[in-house]
Design a protein around this ligand. Sequence first.
Ligand SMILES: C[S@@+](CC[C@H](N)C(=O)[O-])C[C@H]1O[C@@H](n2cnc3c(N)ncnc32)[C@H](O)[C@@H]1O
Length: 274
Amino acid sequence: MTPEVRQDLEISNLLETIYKKYGYDFREYSAAHISRRIKNRLILSGISSVAEMERAVIQDKKFAYQVLQDFSITVTEMFRDPGFYLSLRKNIIPLLRTYPFIKVWHAGCSSGEEAYSMAIILHEEGLYERTTIYATDFNQQTLDKARDGIFSNDLMKEYTANYQLAGGKESFSNYYTAHYDHVIMNQHLKKNIVWANHNLVTDSVFAEVHLVLCRNVLIYFERNLQNKVQKLLFDSLINGGILCLGSKEGLRFTDFFEAYWELDKKHRIFKKKY
Ligand SMILES: C[S@@+](CC[C@H](N)C(=O)[O-])C[C@H]1O[C@@H](n2cnc3c(N)ncnc32)[C@H](O)[C@@H]1O
């Protein structure tokens, strides 16, 4: 057996063990992503092989939790890809305005920046009061951070620039209270956001929504899993509902390519056909 095949086998055993013991299913995550994260953890923890790592995962719950954190990449920003938010404001808000109430789902919301960005746009467009935002992630630690809405002050310069490029209508600093090294997002923005733990791989539809944002999540999944999650997103959307994906994600290799109209090719915005 070559060392590569042996390692592939060990990785698949590790993922199987994590699933059986802890219920988190990474078996169809991108092999390159999982392998990179495992290598990194091996170096950091001084463990010499994936098989040994598997034993540590079984015996040490804290270590297992660390590995789950490793597999969940939580990089995010306020108004990430400002052009996307500008398009959302111009092209999707008028559509949302036609509904008496609005439900939005941020699937894989990480530490919440995306949901706060949406709350700000909806507020500025006069729609926030009739909206419920479901912001979900399977990573409880990052979800707790999102609920607190506390972010580093150092990021505010970049976020302010993003907000302006995204068509922001006020001063971004109106939306938070600044403290010494951190800011706290306004209570008003949190009012209609429901934070919840939801796993896109193992949990099911929980609401019928008008708009889904699942951005920069599916990029870490193999094609078969992407397809499975796309079904979940499709089933969660009303007819005519809007799906937003990340800049490197699409529907082309899924069963749902024909099920949507492409509203904005560059910013990956799709409308579910009737
Ligand atoms: C790179 S972040 C993207 C955050 C935000 N959507 C954005 O575009 O900035 C990916 C998020 O997906 C979450 N994630 C990964 N697998 C998931 C799963 N099976 N169910 C729910 N969330 C998942 C991770 O925990 C992480 O917070």
